[in-house]
Design a protein around this ligand. Sequence first.
Ligand code: GDP
Length: 298
Amino acid sequence: KQSWMSRLKAGLSKTSANLSMLFVGARIDDELYEELEAALLMADAGIEATQYLLDTLKRKVKEDKLTEAAAVKTALKELMIDLLKPLEKPFELGRHQPTVMMISGVNGAGKTTTIGKLAKHMQAHGQSVLLAAGDTFRAAAREQLMVWGQRNNVTVISQASGDPAAVSFDAVQSGKARGSNVVMVDTAGRLPTQLHLMEELKKIQRVIGKGMEGAPHETLLVIDGNTGQNALAQVKAFDDALQLSGLIITKLDGTAKGGVIAAIARVRPVPVYFIGIGEKIEDLQPFNAAEFVEALLA
Ligand code: GDP
């Protein structure tokens, strides 16, 4: 726990640098608020969340007659925790046999790495996992997943060609037949601007539901936290198309744009199940609002 917190702090240090420094020896005046506004925008918190935090903070400073910079910082922390708290939702497997998860994201977001981390995590908790390589476009992506599966004793279902929706359907059938606890359907990386590909994702989601009623039980989007406001645009586009049940935000280590989580909370509050702060298996952790804010405003 302790080491995760220190790694989270180190990971977010580029985002927190400007924010935390502001309050050191500061007077509570317009200049402080202007600097805070600039720092929040720089951290990619976005206009809506920045405005909301500033307005609410000013009101609170007045109401509570705060005169010390340290007290203002504490007030900001509390506001931020309140803002981010609704995104906190523990990831739990339901009683479904199997629980079917559909996982999407644009190329390079960290989808494959994250699926690997999740599969190992669930395996370690005694769950049998079946992976479906729904990316029938890129042979390399499929092979990468097959090799990974062999190395980690995770069954990977794949088809060299064909309709990704059909591959996903087969995977659900296969998961049922084998008594798997979890079926993870990896989908081809794509950009939300590629409309026909978004239509195809919708089709995959529908067809999975034909293979098992109520499935997919989780529709997840993996976003790269390092892309800031761009990641927010992806959340909106994928949520419009697929009604996401959760997000996984990767690469929050070493980014100056970690404030994007505040933008997500304000603009499109899809639960954040996990955050990634590195490439190793233990670098994926459940999102916790208080911990995150503590790292941001250390
Ligand atoms: P995909 O195209 O979405 O499947 O992306 P990959 O899983 O192949 O990941 C792209 C790159 O991001 C790889 O080099 C990963 O090691 C790296 N990556 C994934 N998650 C994280 C993270 O949380 N932090 C860092 N620093 N790198 C990550």
